[in-house]
Design a protein around this ligand. Structure first.
Ligand code: G3H
Ligand code: ZN
Length: 286
């Protein structure tokens, strides 16, 4: 069933585990993510970037797709429908469309404006019980047109954003969207610790794809309670689809049927989601 994020993630930080946040693109992705969470009996967050929402046909359609899929698959675990890296307009549109949670990503604005707009989004969202994620510093690399320089989060700025009443905070700690370069130096655990010391809210680790398991586990033990994964599912989907086609299976019998063609990739997403949730120690639903 659909739930707001506030209490779920607060419990995760308190319990030293994380809840997976996975990006969806279509019906297959949605079914794979929800099916994996249901099989493991854990809560899950499903999110759309602004680009994915545009691709899928808008925020209302995304919200309704997730809601209807939960119903049709008899999903009983808690599911949070969330906007990933939204600008001001997108955050307002997702709130109006009935999302349970929104990220307002103001990293590209002067900090005073990021702070001011975060406050406004918190007021709008909280009036409906909707949870809010803000961003301090930035995530390196690019995701669906959102680009960041990878600045380390400033602790003072983080405190000011936290004081707006946000429900979780995404912080730049050396994390990068997309694939990590071979010379990546790893997460900045010192900065993560400084943030965790003064921020009560659950911290969010973006760019989760490609971070070694040990670093993910350490970050979670320090206060990360939401782990964002996108690229890993895309790579798994592409690989399985390519193998199916390169093996010529699309040319055997009715193998070109889209339902058959998309099946290996969908299964690969489900397996990936299950594997990564296994790293997070997510507390199962009673
Ligand atoms: O906002 C989404 C995430 O930060 C995903 O990053 O594609 O590197 O896993 P990723
Ligand atoms: Zn991100």
């Amino acid at each position: 069933s659909l739930v707001h994020g506030t209490e779920l993630f607060a419990a995760a930080r308190k319990g030293h585990y994380a809840i997976g946040a996975f990006n969806t693109n279509n019906l297959e992705w949605t079914r794979a993510i929800l099916g994996a969470a249901q099989e493991l009996n854990v809560p899950v967050l499903i999110q759309t970037s602004m680009g994915a929402a545009k691709y899928m046909g808008g925020y209302e359609l995304c919200q309704q797709l997730v809601e209807a899929t939960i119903k049709s698959m008899n999903i009983t675990v808690p599911v949070v429908m969330h906007l990933d890296h939204g600008n001001y307009e997108a955050a307002k549109a997702a709130i109006a469309a009935g999302y349970n949670s929104v990220m307002f990503d103001g990293h590209d604005l002067p900090f005073a404006e990021n702070l001011e707009k975060t406050k406004e989004i918190v007021a709008l969202a909280h009036a409906k019980g909707i949870s809010v994620e803000a961003e301090v510093g930035s995530i390196g690399g690019e995701e669906d047109g959102v680009v960041g320089e990878g600045e380390l989060a400033d602790v003072e700025e983080a405190k000011q954003l936290a004081a707006t009443g946000i429900d979780f905070l995404a912080a730049g700690i050396g994390n990068i969207h997309g694939q990590y370069p071979a010379n990546w130096k790893g997460l900045h655990f010192d900065r993560l610790q400084e943030l965790a010391n003064v921020i009560e809210q659950p911290l969010v680790l973006h760019g989760g794809s490609g971070i070694p398991q040990a670093q993910v586990e350490k970050a979670i033990s320090m206060g990360v309670a939401k782990l964002n994964i996108n690229t890993e599912c895309q790579l798994a989907f592409a690989k399985a689809t390519r193998e199916y086609i390169e093996a010529g299976k699309d040319q055997e019998g009715k193998g070109f049927d889209p339902r058959k063609l998309l099946a290996p990739g969908t299964k690969a997403i489900e397996d990936t989601v299950k594997e990564i949730i296994g790293w997070m120690g997510t507390k199962p639903v009673k």
